[in-house]
Design a protein. Structure first.
Length: 372
């Protein structure tokens, strides 16, 4: 399902069945496992599909297999009954210790006696875990990478360059969710709100939607809009709207970017919280801001899943594939209108550096006008 207009551009879901038990079990799934361990943005994009599973299988037990560092994003979600933590650090290669751990982890999965497993990650490791459950119905994408599709007995067809949310949604459709519409929402813990309010208050920001969040980080350099431009943007937003901006993120790259942004701006309009919040606190701040501006990154996709209004700044990555869910219209894209052939583009027209501060401000004005 395409989340932007409610229609499935690629047509109906088609499934390759190798297990005739599926139809008889579909109304009786009682113990469901969703495998989506990472990364932050990918976990956020899977949430609507899991919420649809809950709406379809109201009384079933739904477990989510996830890496510990992302668990805060889902552990208070009413769609999820249980969480299995997958510590990637314990499986680092084909050595005796890793193999022993993988064997024991597989035994644990099998002991849970899942009757339906959905692999929304689509990699060798997740495919292997899907198979280790020995569940009678194991669903994943036919296009899954690293031969992960070999471990499924239900393989879902999808376009090669489909939107990431749509891929998860097709898997959920194959599990029988029917005509349920996508739902959004990332629950935020009360204690996270309290801590976030304390952090913002100490920084001189009111916790009542009167600030902008800037997300300057990303996993790759080609996704990052120049830090100096973020500083100029913060100044321009404050001068025009009297709205302060808050920098969020974590990691060494983000720390370096935030330092440059602060040096490029009049700091009275900008608060640097990079590296100063836990995931739950970051989500709480995103949930209370007026608008989020950022690169193609995990936090941007979390903001869209909350849902919060976002303004996505996109260069090499294709917003039709990895754009903010239901907010493709809020994306400013380098080289918009110039054809792309996949998820990443090497075309110089799609260089994120080509996007000017003025273009972002114009898009921001359009969003603000539309909200009135």
């Amino acid at each position: 399902m395409n989340y932007e207009n409610g229609k499935d551009k690629a047509g109906a879901v088609t499934i390759s069945n190798s297990n005739n038990q599926k139809d008889s079990l579909a109304s009786d799934y009682k113990n469901i496992l969703v495998i989506k361990p990472s990364a932050l943005g990918d976990v956020a994009r899977a949430i609507p599909a899991v919420m649809a599973l809950r709406a379809r299988y109201v009384n079933s037990r739904i477990t989510w297999l996830i890496r510990p560092e992302f668990a805060d994003l889902i552990k208070d979600n009413p769609a999820v009954n249980d969480i299995i933590l997958f510590d990637k650090k314990k499986f680092t290669g084909l050595n005796l210790s890793s193999l022993r751990w993988a064997y024991q982890f597989g035994k644990e999965l099998k002991s849970r006696k899942f009757d339906l497993v959905l692999d929304m990650q689509g990699l060798l490791r997740s495919g292997l875990m899907t198979w280790q459950t020995k569940a009678p119905v194991r669903i994943g994408l036919r296009k899954a990478r690293e031969l992960a599709w070999l471990f499924y007995n239900e393989r879902v067809c999808a376009p090669q360059f489909n939107h990431a949310n749509d891929d998860c949604w097709r898997i959920a459709q194959a599990a029988g969710i029917g005509d349920i519409e996508p739902a959004f929402g990332v629950p935020v813990r009360a204690d996270a709100y309290l801590k976030a309010e304390e952090i913002l208050t100490q920084a001189g920001i009111k916790f009542d939607n009167d600030f902008i969040v800037l997300l300057p980080g990303a996993t790759a350099a080609e996704k990052i809009w120049p830090a100096e431009k973020y500083g100029q943007l913060a100044d321009a937003i404050y001068n025009k709207y009297r709205l302060k901006s808050v920098l969020l993120g974590a990691g060494l790259r983000e720390k370096m970017l935030s330092d440059t942004i602060m040096a490029s701006s009049h700091q009275k309009c900008l608060v640097n919280l990079v590296g100063k919040t836990q995931l739950a606190e970051m989500v709480a701040i995103l949930a209370r801001c007026r608008l989020v501006i950022g690169n193609d990154s995990g936090p941007l996709h979390v903001a869209a899943a909350l849902p919060r209004t976002v303004l996505g700044i996109y260069g090499a990555t294709n917003p039709d594939v990895v754009g903010p869910v239901s907010q493709r219209h809020n994306v400013i894209e380098a080289g918009a209108g110039i054809a792309r052939t996949g998820r990443y583009s090497q075309n110089k027209a799609h260089n994120i550096n080509n996007i000017s501060v003025e273009e972002v401000l114009t898009k921001l004005e359009t969003i603000f006008v539309a909200e009135k």
